[in-house]
Design a protein around this ligand. Structure first.
Ligand code: 26W
Length: 807
């Protein structure tokens, strides 16, 4: 019967239409007369979901049968964006289903637009996790992601009076077809309570964690389909629910209402994603999120491991866990607790298993981003874990002391505990000590961490423990999906689609650079992407921009170290210069549209002021008729993944201008260049490696030179009130003066302006620019997340591809 009825539905146009109508009728309970674009989206999504579930089942069964070593990617953020278009392309159903949708009276573009983003992340780290899941699936690795199913994702940003306003992102309002609820998988997670000691039957003194309050972790599975493979992997997201049993004694004592309220508090744990990027805020609820998530995930992994009845010492041969920054570091402590307290292993054997299991990726060197938790808070929420952390630290420091006798400073520097009042747990130190590998995310960054924050650890553990894994991006979403016209042109030129699985094949585009017609078509694609963005800008902001201008883009989280402030100061400078030009000189000017986008953390006062300044400058410049089309300034609100998919393909030049040494990698820089956009950047993060790959002629990198007089006149202009009430900006201006210019804007401003001049000059020769643009794309093979994932798999995880049997 399974064979008779279980066969897949056909995936052609007719099969699609049949399934679409069935879902409208039974899943949505609607009639044919009552199908709007949103219902069409839902019916299409459910049809695709059915296909995904089939693949998911086949893949997971195959993995269970073969029982290979698996990799688990622990990330507090997965910034997936939309799923429908991605699934249609990865499953190669877009054409057939597109036809089917059209015949039913809808436009696929409109249908795709209905989907809300899954925005369970802040920025770089969360989007990286999403790209890595795409590559893990595409390369047939037996992998799972583990994260949290936040009820509210990153806030929605709107502008009022030029100021950022935050609104809740209640993304689950209308059912989410991209998840499978697993009510059967519910794990109890404990907080608080106390630790007691007892002597076991062998006379050993052991610890037991008792009492406290428990909540339940319920699993939701998000299928992630690979491209050009049947492999479909899983992201398991946990949602907190009250435990099923109420505390009966409470009821009997008549505290019904209080008991119910306690239960409801359970749901708070996964209610909201913390909106801070690169900035630690020590909220107790955040620590609870972290423990809730890693405890549920480990319990799930251990349950799977135990089914195969292997010895514990084989655990690291079956399980690799990658820690995406320090957020999941408590997993190290939780595994040690389970092995010692519950499974009865001795401390050293347990610790050996733990360190062979975990590897840790660092994503930032900013001091304010380093996670550290007050010891009293950890003690109160997780009393046994705090004891274990102290023990780990004690044994670790004893060994350090053996290596460096009589060096008290080194012990203080390397300690997992920061000796302050109160004491703090340094999560990065714990992550380094509890992992067998530590990596940075770009060459410069990996070298930097070895000589700064982890210097002592490199000396103690040896340099081999520390590696570089330069970040990558998935070409499926960031070229094929976001830029269909360019993807088509590339496929036509290369004569195949293999480049989507082997991005180095783009190299062969280089031979087309000399083909005039190819260059013309390349530019035409860019132009049509700019027209599309111009329409979007008009519809959202009311601002008219001319697609024949140079589109200059900076989109990323707003942060002082990323220096959007320097960009807008440069815009003011450009504005002043334009106003002083003679009519003849104006003939020579390259018209520019300067586009900004990005969210500021709600509590980040200076970042919010930067947004306000950009909007004030935008208002003044765009309203100045004397400037005409020579300069337009736009802040596009609510930058997110699906907006990035419109903006990135339309960029001529994008800015990645962090203070040298502060941006660990950056990943949007890769996305822009892959789409034939040039970059203007500092010698920082992955810009350096991009430069190495694409060559001097195709990138505008600049280095700092000392202070510039042009900056002073710009500051004076703001202070004079040319851009609205000057008083509101004085805290922002103050960041530049009084020796506090921490991010070195004043040092870099002059060379920044010089680099911008080079951009203008280069853009005047459109034909030459098109050559640069093509070479950019052609030389980006290295930055595929497939390359990055292969490196992790081979050099850190030691996992191998497990292809699901072909049909
Ligand atoms: C505890 C608060 C907090 C929250 C998030 C601290 C740090 C983070 C993230 C690690 C910040 C982040 O996203 N870092 C970015 O990671 C990207 C992926 O590796 C890099 O490309 C970016 O350069 C880096 O800023």
């Amino acid at each position: 019967l399974w064979e008779k009825y279980g066969a897949s539905e056909p995936v052609d146009k007719d099969g699609f239409q049949k399934s679409f109508i069935r879902h409208v009728t039974t899943t949505l309970a609607r009639s044919s007369l009552n199908v709007d674009n949103f219902s069409a989206y839902q019916a299409t999504a459910h049809t695709v979901r059915d296909r995904l579930i089939e693949r998911w089942n086949v893949t997971q069964q195959a993995h269970t049968l073969k029982d290979p070593k698996r990799v688990y990617y622990f990330s507090l953020e997965f910034l997936l964006g939309r799923s429908l278009d991605n699934a249609l392309l990865n499953l190669d159903l877009k054409e057939q289903f597109g036809e089917g949708v059209k015949e039913l009276g809808f436009r696929m573009e409109d249908v795709l637009e209905q989907e809300v983003d899954a925005a369970l992340g802040n920025g770089g780290l969360g989007r990286l996790a999403a790209c890595y899941m795409d590559s893990l699936a595409t390369l047939d690795y037996p992998a799972w992601g583990y994260g949290l199913r936040y009820t509210y994702g990153i806030f929605q940003q709107r502008l009022k009076d030029g100021y950022q306003m935050e609104f809740p992102d209640y993304w689950l309002n209308f059912d989410n077809p991209w998840e499978l609820q697993r009510l059967d998988i519910a794990i109890e997670i404990r907080f608080g309570g106390s630790v007691s000691k007892y002597t076991d039957e062998n006379g050993h003194i052991r610890s037991r964690w008792e009492g406290g309050d428990a909540v339940q972790a319920v699993a939701y599975d998000v299928p992630i389909p690979g491209y050009g493979t049947k492999n479909c992997i899983n992201i398991r997201l946990w949602s907190s629910k009250p435990k099923r049993q109420f505390d009966l004694s409470r009821f009997n004592e008549g505290e019904y209402e209080q008991a119910v309220q306690e239960q409801m508090k359970a749901e708070n744990i996964t209610a909201v994603l913390y909106p801070n990027d690169n900035h630690m805020v020590g909220k107790e609820l955040r620590l609870k999120q972290q423990y809730f998530w890693v405890a549920a995930s480990l319990s799930d992994i251990i349950r799977r491991f135990k089914k195969t009845e292997r010895d514990w010492d084989q655990f690291p041969e079956k399980v690799a866990i990658q820690l995406n920054d320090t957020h999941p570091t408590l997993a190290i402590v939780e595994l040690q607790r389970i092995l010692v307290d519950e499974e009865g292993l001795n401390w050293d054997d347990a610790w050996d298993i733990v360190t062979r299991t975990f590897a840790f990726t660092n994503h930032t060197v900013l001091p304010e981003a380093m996670e550290k938790w007050p010891v009293p808070m950890v003690e109160y929420l997780l009393p046994r874990h705090m004891q274990i952390i102290f023990d780990v630290n004690l044994f670790f420091l004893q060994k350090v002391e053996q290596q460096y006798p009589n060096d008290r400073d080194v012990l203080a520097r390397m300690s997992i505990i920061e000796e302050a009042t109160p004491q703090f747990v340094r999560m990065a130190h714990l992550a380094v000590v509890g992992s067998h590998r530590v990596n940075g995310v770009a060459a410069l960054h990996s070298n930097l961490i070895k000589t700064t924050i982890f210097k002592d650890f490199v000396k103690y553990f040896g340099a081999d423990k520390f590696e570089n894994k330069t970040n990558g991006i998935t070409p499926r979403r960031w070229l094929h999906q976001a830029n269909p016209k360019l993807s088509e042109l590339i496929t036509e030129a290369l004569g195949h689609k293999k480049w989507l699985k082997d991005l180095n094949l783009l190299k062969n585009l280089e031979q087309h650079v000399k083909n005039k017609d190819f260059r013309r078509r390349w530019i035409a694609v860019k132009h049509s992407n700019k027209v599309r963005l111009a329409e979007y800008i008009k519809s959202k902001t009311g601002i008219d921009v001319n697609p024949n201008s140079l589109f200059d883009v900076q989109v990323k989280r707003i942060h002082e170290y990323k220096r959007q402030f320097m960009n807008i100061l440069g815009v003011i400078h450009r504005y002043h210069e334009l106003k002083s030009l003679t009519p003849e000189e104006r003939q020579n000017v390259v018209p520019r549209v300067v586009i900004f986008g990005g969210k500021a953390a709600p509590g980040y006062y200076i970042a919010k002021l930067v947004i306000k300044l950009i909007n004030n400058v935008s208002a003044v410049v765009n309203a100045d008729e004397s400037i005409e089309d020579l300069l337009k300034v736009v802040f596009i609100p609510d930058y997110n993944v699906s907006l990035a998919e419109i903006i990135i393909p339309a960029s001529d030049i994008s800015q990645h201008i962090s203070t040298a040494g502060t941006e660990a990698s950056g990943t949007s820089n890769m996305k822009f260049v892959l789409n034939g956009g040039l970059i203007l950047g500092t010698v920082d993060g992955a810009n350096i490696e991009i430069h190495e790959e694409i060559g001097d002629d195709n990138i505008f990198l600049y280095r700092n030179v000392p202070i510039d007089p042009a900056l002073q006149s710009v500051i004076t202009s703001i202070e004079t009130g040319n851009f609205g009430d000057a008083r509101i900006f004085s805290p922002l201006i103050n960041t530049l003066t009084f020796g506090k210019d921490y991010y070195l804007i004043s040092d870099d401003f002059g060379s920044y302006l010089d680099a911008q001049k080079l951009v203008d000059e280069a853009y005047k020769d459109q034909d030459d620019w098109s050559k640069k643009s093509i070479l950019c794309t052609a030389r980006m093979g290295f930055f595929s997340s497939d390359r990055a994932i292969r490196e992790y798999a081979e050099q850190i995880w030691e996992v191998k591809p497990v292809p699901v049997q072909p049909e």
